[in-house]
Design a protein around this ligand. Sequence first.
Ligand code: AMP
Ligand code: MG
Length: 408
Amino acid sequence: MTMISVQQAQTIILQLVAALQETETIDLEEATGRILAEPVSSAWDFPYWDNSAMDGYGVRFEDVQQCSLEHPITLDIITEISAGINPKILIQSGEACRIFTGGMLPDGVDTIIMQENTCKQGKKVMILSPPKYPGEFVRKKGNFYQAGDILLRPGVKINEPEIAILATAQCSTVTVYRRPRVAILSTGNELITPTERLQPGQIVDSNQYALKAFIVKNGGIPISLGIVKDDPDLIEQKIIEGIKTADFVLSTGGVSVGDYDYIEKILDELGGKIEINRVAMKPGKPLTVAKFDNGCVYFGLPGNPVSALVSCWRLVKLALDKLSGIKGDYKPTLITVTSHNDLSSNGQRETYIWGQLKLTNGEYGFTSAKGSQNSANLINLGLTNALAILPIGVTTIKQGELVKVLAL
Ligand code: AMP
Ligand code: MG
């Protein structure tokens, strides 16, 4: 199999992934970050009823349209309507009601005069300035939304604005797609957990935790399969477990050309269709992607901690979005900003340089992480929120020049 471009890898991966169909109904209070699975509409117009946009007086337009400071019109105040009251009254000609913001308009009232343009005298009010048009300062029933129209469509991620809309439509429960299940597996004889005592030659399995964080952050349920030694039988067992229980399996390590790199062979023996085994990106070249008959997609990520994360940020993220049921075009968030440093690449593969998008004098710029840009160096990854991308053939981007950045 040949090495393919990042763009080709993206296309292939997205073709392999089908959006989840299974749904569950959950409390609105639990719905933040979930993906809506059915269209939502409301039985109520919005505003629910005509109401006042101001503190002031409810009047009949025709009563007051001729008034002025020199010739004010005086009306009888016959009732007071604050927000939440149902005014079962008819305001007749020559009458007005005191009304507060959000107060429901009584019959007869079609216009609100703001308090500042009135003068109250006992049980009467003088209107000192005419309304500009009938209906001024009235929030009309159904003006923003009409009952039965679609409020939110399936595939929308539910964040605070959507929560407000769902609450307004009195959806105390919401039907969402189930969360994707993603199994995570670390391969390598050298790996120990953070609680084991480090022996010479060993390394802590940071990938397990980094990938778990990535999955949680992107709305999935991580299933930790732990560490597995570089033993084909043990790896095979774990992979079978992953494929059976999860929508995606992410493993790290064992995908290069070393003697202990068994993943691709095992995937093949288990009936996986290998779709990708090398991508022209740096870091992240030895990415293996396979699809199984039950729909599970397997991502064999490189073992180097930075490579594993870069592959997730650039490619797995889009796949996870599609799997989750999010409607969209599944494109990476690329923005063009000024580089605050010289950036370099050997120009052979699409190169990803980690660092930070930072605001300086109101403009975003990219600053690469200090220290070694080496895929085995996770120490300078902290605070990374963006990856600068140098296309194949580009070897340098000078400080002050524009660079394309993947925002994380
Ligand atoms: P591999 O792809 O298995 O050859 O691993 C490449 C490099 O990544 C090696 O130096 C490994 O020690 C390191 N590595 C592999 N797996 C992990 C892991 N789970 N956590 C941290 N480093 C790892
Ligand atoms: Mg290894």
